[in-house]
Design a protein around this ligand. Structure first.
Ligand code: Z5A
Length: 215
């Protein structure tokens, strides 16, 4: 029996509040409507153990968290998620939609926390080998817009959300630079537009991805 064609690995990225959760759901519905078999997952998290690591990472605490500790935990969660969940699904031919992945580590730990990018690269290679997302959907909006959108939530801010605007500006700069360097894999969408326009852009990107797959 021939093996199924490998599924596509698509990630959604952006600074906080740009609309990732909202648009993940939209994208999932779009895939379903096109008859594509998919799963939705997130990072940090995506398996029971990786979700426990997420909890460790996001919880606000008195003890200052070392940058390297945070970086290692991100990749510990990723190793578990990638090898026990993502890769097996892709092999079965299922598409994987993931809310954040390693681009977030470059952006938040490298950009936001200013950890050396070489350390991120080293761990990326160790955990992923040559595996990278097939497509990265980058929702891009001025940092202030995202912050304004999440201000309406009555949840207490987590350890990342309590950072200042300059932190998120560095995060965004890294995302934009990565998108600029590999335009064939990164799809930058203006997330400051009204939601229906963002979603029509996303739908167009999805069509391009699907068409590219048939060639
Ligand atoms: N992190 C890291 O540091 N390193 C890593 O390697 C990884 C992650 C993988 C958790 O991520 C944290 O982990 C994250 C980075 C760090 N911390 N931060 N910040 P997360 O993805 O779970 O959390 P988040 O980024 O904070 O996501 P979020 O707050 O849930 O935001 P969102 O999903 O992008 O937004 P949303 O909930 O879909 O939308 C926010 C509101 O805006 C909502 O009321 C919507 O209805 C509204 N909205 C959405 N789109 C629009 C438009 N177009 N117009 C108007 N209103 C809109």
């Amino acid at each position: 029996m021939t093996e199924p064609r490998r599924g596509l690995f698509i990630t959604m990225e952006g600074t906080e509040g740009v609309g990732k959760s909202t648009n993940m759901e939209f994208l999932a519905n779009q895939l379903a409507a096109r008859g594509i078999d998919y799963v939705v997952t997130r990072e940090p998290g995506g398996t029971p153990m990786a979700e426990e690591i997420r909890e460790l990472l996001l919880r606000r605490r008195e003890e200052p968290v070392q940058g390297l500790t945070e970086l290692l935990l991100m990749f510990a969660a990723r190793s578990q998620h990638l090898h026990s969940f993502i890769l097996p699904r892709l092999k079965e031919g299922v598409w994987v939609l993931c809310d954040r992945f390693t681009d977030a580590t470059y952006a938040y730990q490298g950009g936001g926390r200013q950890m050396p990018m070489e350390q991120v690269q080293l761990l990326e290679q160790l955990v992923q080998g040559d595996r990278r997302p097939d497509h990265v959907l980058l929702l891009d909006a001025p940092v202030a817009v995202g912050m304004q959108r999440i201000r309406g939530r009555d949840l207490a801010p987590d350890r990342f959300e309590q950072e200042q605007q300059a932190f998120f500006q560095r995060v965004q700069d890294v995302y934009r630079e990565r998108a600029r360097q590999a335009p064939e894999r990164y799809h930058q969408i203006d997330a400051s537009q009204p939601l229906n326009q963002v979603q029509s852009d996303l739908s167009a990107v999805l069509d391009t991805i699907i068409m590219g797959r048939h060639h």
